[in-house]
Write a protein that binds this ligand. Structure first.
Ligand SMILES: Cc1ncc(COP(=O)(O)O)c(C=O)c1O
Ligand SMILES: N[C@@H](CCOP(=O)(O)O)C(=O)O
Length: 464
């Protein structure tokens, strides 16, 4: 399996190199040269298998040539052993044709654990083969950061620097990132919003002296391996509702577009997905784009679903690449317009292709709060604000096809917002009971590339 860049100018890589590289050297994102498909019979055979076994069958063709079957099975077993639910991603029914896929039973209580736990295992196995040491820098609006720290804390050959927007993540999210005491964990609270954090991360990747000097690696969804691991739960949930003999649709709370892009890959692989519905909060750039044809940023507005406070949606580039007929030069042109002018118009044929796969809807702050309350009253399910955004948009898109809505975080990560909406203050699991009394370790940093690079160099030198 070979991987190519969405901007067409970076070298083709195998799975291991693409995973360790992160951002392509032309600024693009790696995608498989072609998508392996599963037959109807192969999909039907997934029924009744464990999550790990489905993951093995779905991921295997993408990693073949880098990990042997036995290695992959071993890594998957370790990755999901720490999840707090035997099914890993249980499906609960909300209404006759509406199901909720609970993706918050991992160690940090968000869907990010599904990919981060296996990427942690895969990267460690890759490093063991080469004896290298790497520096991970991640940008987070709250959940990727803690999941990355959890996956890499305490390793002697990996340093993890996490940039999060100062004052714009929940207290639980912040403490998950600032209370680990391991010396290889560096939490950095940056002035600005998530888009600024992600822009500085990409700047670091595009500075080859810095990138090569620190052996920079990325664990955001710019890393193809992150997207790949998220494809699996589309299969487990759809099969449990009758796929491949029955179509299903998905509604996905969306920010950086990694999760819904994983659904798009599942569909390409042959899973019968009727609709993929993008659900946004008041940062509705993707909804506006799908409806109006113009991708234009208008400033990040802080919301009660802070992990989705994103306007520059990194993985949308992967969808555009396909919609533009895999024309890397065309993608590069649009990305230049985004960087220089804050947006671009999507060519008509690409827009038609996007609309053939994706639907969309946006949910206001008020609607988010009302949905937390109404879902609790109707079903007993206490939703986090991100999941509530998706439930609201899903409800507007219900039809004859079963709808699966992704619940991406545990409500206890956002206790203030959930309590204000429902009157119930969700509690953290026992293993996290001391989160609020643990000592925090965090460095406040400016939105300044030079200063960030200097700080990372300084920390690495101090670690020896
Ligand atoms: C809880 C939660 N829901 C939804 C999202 C959006 O996912 P994506 O960025 O893959 O679109 C995020 C962040 O990515 C998140 O942390
Ligand atoms: N919502 C995310 C933003 C980063 O997304 P990623 O999937 O690209 O890592 C977060 O919680 O950090």
């Amino acid at each position: 399996m070979k991987y190519i860049s969405t901007r067409g100018q970076a070298p083709e890589l195998g799975f291991g190199e693409a995973m360790m590289t992160g951002l392509a050297r032309d600024g693009g994102l790696y995608v498989p040269q072609s998508i392996p498909t599963m037959t109807k019979a192969e999909i039907a055979d997934l029924a009744g298998l464990s999550y790990e076994e489905v993951a093995f069958r779905v991921m295997r063709p993408f990693v073949a040539g880098f990990f042997s079957d036995d290695e992959l099975k071993g890594l998957l077993a370790k990755a999901y052993a720490g999840f707090g639910h035997a099914a890993r991603a249980p499906l609960v029914q909300l209404a006759p044709n509406h199901f909720l896929l609970e993706l918050f039973h991992g160690p940090t209580l968000a869907f990010k654990d599904f990919a981060m736990q296996i990427i942690g295992q895969m990267m460690q196995a890759a490093l063991a083969k080469t004896g290298e040491r790497i520096t991970i820098v991640g940008a987070t609006s709250g959940d990727t950061g803690s999941a990355a720290i959890e996956a890499f804390r305490g390793l002697s050959n990996v340093d993890v620097f996490i940039l999060f927007p100062h004052g714009r993540v929940s207290e639980v999210q912040r403490r998950q990132m600032t209370t680990p005491s391991e010396a290889n964990v560096h939490a950095l609270a940056m002035d600005g919003d998530f888009d600024d954090c992600q822009a500085r991360l990409k700047d670091m990747f595009n500075d080859f002296d810095f990138r090569d000097g620190v052996r920079l690696a990325g664990v955001n969804s710019i890393n193809w391996a992150r997207v790949l691991a998220q494809v699996v739960y589309y299969f487990t949930s759809a099969v449990s509702l009758g796929a491949p003999d029955r179509d299903v649709s998905f509604t996905v709370p969306t920010g950086n577009f990694g999760d819904i892009f994983a659904g798009y890959i599942a569909k390409q692989m042959g899973l019968p997905i009727a609709e993929l519905v993008i659900a946004t909060n008041q940062n509705d750039i993707l909804d506006r784009t799908l409806k109006g044809g113009e991708y234009r940023t208008n400033g990040v507005k802080p919301s009660i679903s802070p992990s989705m406070d994103i306007q520059v949606s990194s993985n949308f580039e992967r969808a555009l690449f396909d919609a533009l007929g895999r024309d890397g030069a065309a993608v590069q042109g649009l990305m230049n317009s985004l960087q220089q002018g804050g947006g671009f118009a999507i060519p008509e044929s690409a827009l038609t292709a996007l609309r053939a796969t994706f639907a969309s809807g946006a949910c206001s702050e008020e609607e988010t709060r009302a949905t937390i309350a109404s879902a609790l009253a109707a079903t007993g399910e206490l939703l986090c604000p991100h999941s509530a955004v998706a439930v609201k948009v899903a409800e507007e898109n219900l039809g004859d096809t079963p709808m699966i809505t992704l619940a991406t975080a545990h409500p206890a990560k956002f206790p203030d917002a959930v309590e204000a909406a429902s009157g119930i203050r969700p509690g953290l699991p026992k293993r996290m009971a001391d989160l609020f009394t643990r000592e925090e370790r965090v460095t406040r940093v400016a939105n300044d590339l030079g200063a960030l690079k200097a700080l990372i160099h300084e920390r690495l030198a101090a670690r020896g």
